[in-house]
Write a protein that binds this ligand. Structure first.
Ligand code: ADP
Length: 173
């Protein structure tokens, strides 16, 4: 099941929230800063033990002071014009995060709009990739609940309109 919410992802009270982190996993601005502030300093302490994360992959930590039990840190691609593997890497962020959640037995997971802030990925193509990747995953794991948390009104409007569209079985990434 896919849900859409406009708001701050730190308020999500499910199994895991996904963090749009940078490769160091040592904190940054945007959603990453908000998650670290809300989780407290123990989150950074655990992140320091992980040794970073390559773009397109995901790592798990506990949620500490957050309502969510776990944080899945994934590193989105920086937009460099679209011919540097950005689409595949963004899709990989969603897929790897879902696979990690599934391996941990987590069922409810919330995503921010990865790479669409400071990393500059255009919002509509990013939303199409996010929705298609999640829909493909949910075909195999229909019991999982995936929430898209849109912070800005523009992303929320894009997701609202795209989620009304039927999945196109011919359009594989
Ligand atoms: P990136 O570096 O991957 O682009 P950003 O944090 O700059 O990451 O932005 C990613 C998305 O997260 C943007 O759409 C931004 O509006 C959104 N965002 C920022 N703060 C929050 C928050 N507290 N909860 C949910 N989304 C947020």
């Amino acid at each position: 099941m896919i849900k859409l919410t406009q708001g701050n992802i730190v308020d999500f009270a499910g199994d895991a929230i996904v963090n749009a982190a940078n490769k160091s996993l040592l904190g940054g601005g945007g959603v990453d800063g908000a998650i670290h502030r809300a989780a407290g300093p123990e989150l950074l302490a655990e992140c320091r033990t992980l040794g970073g994360c390559p773009t397109g992959q995901a790592r798990l930590t506990r949620g500490y002071q957050l309502p969510a039990r776990y944080v899945i840190h994934t590193v989105g691609p920086v937009w460099k014009g679209g011919n540097h593997g950005e689409k595949e890497l963004l899709s990989s962020c969603y897929r790897e995060s879902l696979q990690l959640a599934d391996r941990q037995g987590l069922r409810s997971i919330a995503f921010p709009n990865i790479s669409t802030g400071v990393y500059g990925f255009p919002k509509e193509p990013a939303a199409r990739i996010a929705i298609q990747t999640v829909r493909e995953f949910l075909e195999a794991r229909p019991e999982m609940e995936v929430s898209f948390f849109c912070f800005d009104a523009e992303n929320y409007a894009i997701y609202q309109s795209l989620l009304k569209e039927q999945p196109d079985p011919a359009s594989k990434q």
